[in-house]
Design a binder for this molecule. Structure first.
Ligand code: PRP
Ligand code: URA
Length: 212
């Protein structure tokens, strides 16, 4: 895979360890859900590392002081349904006042192309920093479609956060939308002929919601 400046692959032991448990076929839905939420939170912490800060005057119990606080940057968290929902609460626990949008996409099993079934985004999304959430970046079709929806609403400030990616998905998203910052917990070997990441973790939505 090419080196892209807009791609960050997390190498934190906590993320890698939790991802390894997700991969295990013996991990049940309850633990899978908990881990996806925890990884979402850990990733969110890093993804928001560059939030702008501003000086604010306060009074401590001792004296007046100028301290740093996150400046009024408005965030929107946008999970791609269904599996992105699993990451939402973890990220939201860090930024509870963020607005939330939803994009519903499923992959056509034959063509592997995404089909839209729902899209509801905050009115002022054009003025927000959007963090798109989807555990899986496989062919990249769903990721690209979701970014297209958000850009069509005038927003060009987008980060895409996935737990696991295939080289094919990274290439497609990074090339189609070089302005989008992509974050992932790992890049696996390849896709199989059904578009699943190998070795991967299986169907994230089905494992999260127990619909296997
Ligand atoms: C999965 C996953 C991504 C998509 C990734 O969703 O959550 O949205 O596949 O594949 P792609 O990169 O090839 O587009 P799926 O279509 O299985 O829907 P679900 O989350 O409702 O199960
Ligand atoms: N979607 C998933 O849930 N898993 C994959 O491996 C590929 C796409």
């Amino acid at each position: 895979m090419e080196n892209y400046t807009n791609v960050t692959v997390f190498d934190h032991p906590l993320i890698t360890h939790k991802l390894s448990i997700l991969r295990d076929i013996n991990t049940g839905s309850k633990q899978f859900r908990e881990l996806v939420g925890e990884i979402g939170m850990l990733m969110g912490y890093e993804v928001m590392r560059d939030l702008p800060m501003e000086d604010v005057e306060i009074e401590t119990p001792i004296t007046k002081a100028t301290v740093k606080m996150i400046s009024g940057k408005k965030l929107a968290l946008v999970p791609i349904l269904r599996a992105g929902l699993g990451m939402l609460d973890g990220v939201l626990s860090l930024v509870p006042s963020a607005k939330i949008g939803h994009i519903g996409l499923y992959r056509d099993h034959e063509t592997l192309e995404p089909k839209e079934y729902f899209c509801k985004l905050p009115e002022d999304i054009a003025h927000r920093q959007v963090i798109l959430l989807d555990p899986m970046l496989a062919t990249g079709g769903s990721g690209c479609a979701a970014v297209d929806f958000i850009k069509a609403r005038g927003c060009n400030n987008i980060k895409f956060v996935s737990i696991l990616a295939a080289p094919e998905g990274i290439e497609r998203l990074a090339k189609t939308h070089p302005d989008v910052q992509i974050y992932t917990g790992g890049v696996d070997e390849k896709l199989n002929d059904k578009g699943y990441i190998v070795p991967g973790l299986g169907d994230a939505g089905d494992r999260l919601f127990g619909t296997l």
